[in-house]
Write a protein of this length. Structure first.
Length: 267
């Protein structure tokens, strides 16, 4: 079992009013000094007190397949805690592959396992991947990919501009969709992991064959094996995913509008 991640937070102050301004000032100064020491990395680990915020929870809980136990508790000896503070412990057990998105827990692995998602991945060989270029401007590219059950895999050559961009900022979003009935749209987000491999990987050939007629495979394979000495494999494990099948799910804004009007998806 993974070691519990421990966050700290002082709780219970609101139940006891403080009437002495000087006392409030002293306590505020102590908390500020402690926060400065945490930021500087000089506070002993056993006395760390981190403010619990939603973005921090989201970073702590992110990751496909990660099993962790987050415990929120006040640390340190009783004598070192400010007066009128009580101990609060909260345990959070996220699902494997789950991520806090806003106030909703999203299980990306469950979305990727839906029958409609599997059908979509079989029908559509191309993904549109969005990332940030090194100059800070947005990019979106169509690229062949395969789904190995846990990650999207795609390949490119080492001198490609997107390789340098993804090494600088691995955050990506991707879309796979089909417009022919039945329409399906898969949205996903995650971080790209890159590794260079010698030669031309079989996965790259598999992804490319999905976009070519079978009679063109042999010529294509010979051409790329002559041209490429190595390739870079890009692996994207979704940390957030949503399938829009236009039957049981719709775009988030439409779903919210339907909730406000008391309508059901089936209606």
């Amino acid at each position: 079992m993974a070691t519990p991640h421990r966050l700290s937070h002082f709780a219970g102050r609101a139940s006891v009013p403080l009437s002495d301004p000087a006392e409030r000032h002293v306590r505020h100064s102590r908390r500020r000094a402690q926060a400065d020491r945490v930021e500087a990395g000089t506070l002993p680990p056993e006395r760390r007190a981190l403010e619990v915020e939603e973005p921090l929870q989201r970073r702590r809980l992110a990751g496909v397949g990660r099993r962790l136990r987050s415990s929120i508790t006040v640390m340190g000896p009783e004598a070192q805690r400010p007066a009128r503070t009580r101990l609060v412990t909260i345990s959070i057990w996220p699902c494997p592959g789950a991520l806090w998105h806003g106030r909703e827990m999203v299980d990306a692995a469950a979305v990727m396992a839906k029958p409609y998602t599997v059908e979509l991945l079989e029908r559509q060989p191309l993904a549109r991947v969005a990332y940030t270029a090194k100059d800070g401007t947005p990019r979106v590219i169509p690229i062949g990919c395969v789904w190995d059950g846990t990650a999207f895999l795609m390949w490119t050559i080492p001198i490609s501009a997107k390789v340098a961009a993804l090494r600088a900022d691995p955050r990506v979003a991707l879309t796979i969709d089909v417009l022919e009935p039945p329409m399906r749209t898969l949205l996903a987000r995650g971080s790209a992991e890159l590794r260079e491999v010698a030669g031309v990987p079989d996965g790259y050939l598999e992804a490319s064959h999905r976009t070519l007629p079978q009679e063109a495979w042999a010529g294509f394979d010979e051409q790329v094996r002559t041209l490429y000495d190595s390739m870079v494999e890009i692996s994207i494990r979704p940390t957030w995913a949503k399938l829009i099948d236009f039957e049981t799910t719709a775009p988030s804004a439409v779903e919210e509008l339907m909730r406000q009007k008391g309508l059901s998806q089936a209606g």
